[in-house]
Design a protein around this ligand. Structure first.
Ligand SMILES: Nc1nc2c(ncn2[C@@H]2O[C@H](COP(=O)(O)OP(=O)(O)O)[C@@H](O)[C@H]2O)c(=O)[nH]1
Ligand SMILES: [Mg+2]
Length: 377
């Protein structure tokens, strides 16, 4: 079996026959052995429509889950039951044009690991959504891309239409809690190449959308889980948390210097507090953010890790001061400048520490291997 098309359905009785017909038309001229798997959680008589289709057509299979719901788990169930070397996931409501299937299949045959029809590359459009849904969808996508590195270069990471080699998900720990199973695949799958194909997202043919406020909330929880389960992203957030904790330590230390130790020179009290905070941050980052495996094995190099960290932090402080100063010179608000400076300095110190303080050769090599190449038509 070359291709399995997996279609999750919930109350789609008006659409299932039409989508099978359109898929067959689309693939009529392509020599390919394929199957269509419906994973159905419907509460209406969609299962009867599916049973009739399956009786007529040997390519059509379906499973009806009586007591389960969830788009994500349905797709994973489809992964499990289907047999194709390639898998395409699409919605039943014809918002995802089946006419794209030959191109998706061709790109998979060309050796691309993940093929994503995209509304947001030149030639694509998301006309099938109203203005409000467009805004919600844009916000959701931007949150995902901002939070998770692997999603950043994918223009349409929140869609439900995609194709992949079965190898991509072999042994991948997919946790299908939400709507966006593609994000789960992109974060946990094993792949090196992604190809995007422009397409026009259609208005729904019949039936109604099952997207709800609850699903939006689930989406945010899903992002949180993806973050936590992806070491490359989690490290950055732990680093930020350590930094925030460091600010508290700094302020507590400053109070001790001023009110308990009665240090008169404020500048000395401030420098002392910053040094304590820096050592505090180093220890947490060394033990937790990067952890044992990043302690340098060579003794003298290990001894250099703390000074390197302090150097990197000092450059960060200088960057912040520079940005605040430039804001002041331009008669903009210095506090806003300070905030911007802190953001830039955080990005700098994370990157620099990741590379110089706790980075190792083997790490960098791994990084190269993990680089994902994204192309589009
Ligand atoms: N099996 C299954 N499919 C679902 C579930 N919720 C939605 N779907 C299907 O997932 C696809 C996308 O859902 P839809 O309501 O069109 O979402 P929208 O396109 O974001 O508005 C459709 O084919 C739905 O029938 C569910 O709980 N279980
Ligand atoms: Mg839909």
């Amino acid at each position: 079996m070359e291709l399995s098309i997996v279609i999750p359905t919930f109350n789609e009785k008006e659409n299932v026959r039409a989508i099978v017909r359109r898929i067959e038309q689309a693939l009529a001229s392509v020599p390919c052995e394929y199957e269509i798997w419906f994973i159905d959680d419907s509460r209406d008589d969609t299962p009867d429509a599916l049973a009739a289709l399956a009786a007529d057509n040997a390519r059509v299979h379906f499973v009806h889950r009586e007591h389960e719901r969830g788009l994500g788990t349905a797709v994973v169930e489809g992964f499990r039951r289907s047999r194709g070397r390639f898998i395409v996931v699409m919605d039943a409501d014809l918002q995802h044009p089946p006419e794209l299937l030959p191109t998706i299949l061709q790109r998979l045959r060309d050796g691309i690991d993940v093929v994503i029809p995209s509304r947001f590359v030149p030639g694509g459009s998301d006309g099938g959504l109203n203005a409000f849904r467009k805004l919600v969808s844009w916000t959701a996508r931007k949150i995902g891309q901002l939070a998770i590195r692997r999603l950043r270069s994918i223009s349409d990471c929140t869609g439900g239409y995609f194709g992949l080699h079965r190898e991509v998900i072999r042994d991948a720990r997919l946790n299908p809690i939400g709507w966006k199973i593609l994000m789960e695949v992109l974060v946990h799958g094993h792949y090196e190449t992604v190809h995007e194909i422009p397409y026009a997202f259609q208005a729904r043919d019949a039936g109604e959308s099952k997207m709800s406020l609850r699903e939006q909330w689930n989406y945010l929880k899903h992002i949180g889980r993806l973050l936590w389960s992806s070491p490359e992203d989690r490290r950055f957030y732990v680093f930020c948390m350590v930094g925030a904790l460091g600010v508290v330590v700094n302020l507590v230390m400053m109070s001790i210097c001023l009110y308990l130790l009665h240090i008169r020179t404020v500048a000395w009290a401030s420098i002392l507090s910053s040094c304590v905070a820096m050592i505090h941050n180093f220890l947490w980052n060394d033990r937790v953010t990067w952890g044992k495996q990043h302690a340098h094995p060579v003794k003298w190099r290990r001894a250099l890790q703390m000074p390197t960290f302090i150097l990197v932090s000092s450059v960060g402080i200088a960057i912040t001061a520079l940005v605040a100063h430039v804001f002041h010179l331009l008669h903009w608000h210095a506090l806003v400048g300070q905030c911007l400076g802190i953001i830039i300095a955080t990005a700098w110190s994370f990157t620099a520490n990741n590379r110089f303080t706790w980075g190792t050769q083997s790490d960098n090599r791994e990084q190269v291997k993990r680089t994902i190449r994204v192309t589009h038509e």
